[in-house]
Write a protein that binds this ligand. Structure first.
Ligand SMILES: Cc1cn([C@H]2C[C@H](O)[C@@H](COP(=O)(O)OP(=O)(O)O[C@H]3O[C@H](C)C(=O)[C@H](O)[C@H]3O)O2)c(=O)[nH]c1=O
Length: 184
């Protein structure tokens, strides 16, 4: 029995995945990942690291990537709601510099697969959000790069006003894509 719905997006390699949720009077059960079913649906990926973070409303984490160890990410929200964004940084891609966004939430249980070669970020819309994701390569802090959240050429329509945003010192200092050398 297939337990996931896979939807391709406008950007090649980026998928929205919806798990089957089994509910009963105790609550619910769902499989959150299934290597074989993902492979059968075009996602032949191996994960090596799982991450989890908690953020309050207005926190924007991103837009991050790793230069030499680019990470594919399977992301989802286990508490609250976020606006999640993937930006195509693959030089030869017809959708270079374009973005795909999706609302991920505790309620919709949607997952978003972002391949290596993308910048990733999310904005928290609920009072709090707990975010968890699987990565196809290991974290390497010295290999990290970023694109500024409000790059006018990418023009992401973030659903909160600028004055509501909370960014780390690091995330306030990234440059725009045109001023960032990437080679994916
Ligand atoms: C990402 C990461 C971070 N850390 C340490 C480094 C810092 O001491 C601390 C916080 O790191 P940072 O501020 O980079 O965390 P985020 O802003 O959530 O970074 C993530 O934000 C966006 C959403 C992403 O897609 C990336 O996975 C990642 O860049 O955790 C680790 O030890 N391992 C890790 O894999």
């Amino acid at each position: 029995m297939n337990k996931f719905k896979f939807t391709r997006t406008s950007i090649e390699g980026v998928f929205i995945i919806e798990p089957t949720v089994f509910t009963d009077d105790r609550g619910y059960f769902m499989e959150s990942y299934h290597k074989k079913e993902f492979e059968e649906n075009g996602l032949n990926i191996d994960f090596v690291q799982d991450n989890q973070s908690k953020s309050t409303k207005g926190v924007l984490r991103g837009l991050h990537f790793q230069y030499n160890q680019p990470q594919g990410k399977l992301v989802r929200v286990i508490k609250g709601e976020v606006f999640d964004v993937a930006v195509d940084l693959r030089k030869d891609s017809p959708t270079y510099s374009k973005y795909e966004s999706v609302i991920l939430s505790e309620d919709n249980k949607k997952q978003f697969y972002i391949p290596p070669g993308f910048a990733h970020g999310f904005l928290v819309l609920s009072d709090e959000a707990e975010f968890t994701y699987k990565c196809t390569d290991f974290y390497n802090g010295s290999d990290e790069g970023g694109i500024i959240w409000n790059d006018p050429d990418i023009n992401i329509e973030w659903p909160l006003n600028e004055e509501e945003l909370i960014l780390s010192e690091k995330d306030q200092k990234w440059k725009s894509l045109k001023d960032t050398s990437t080679s994916f």
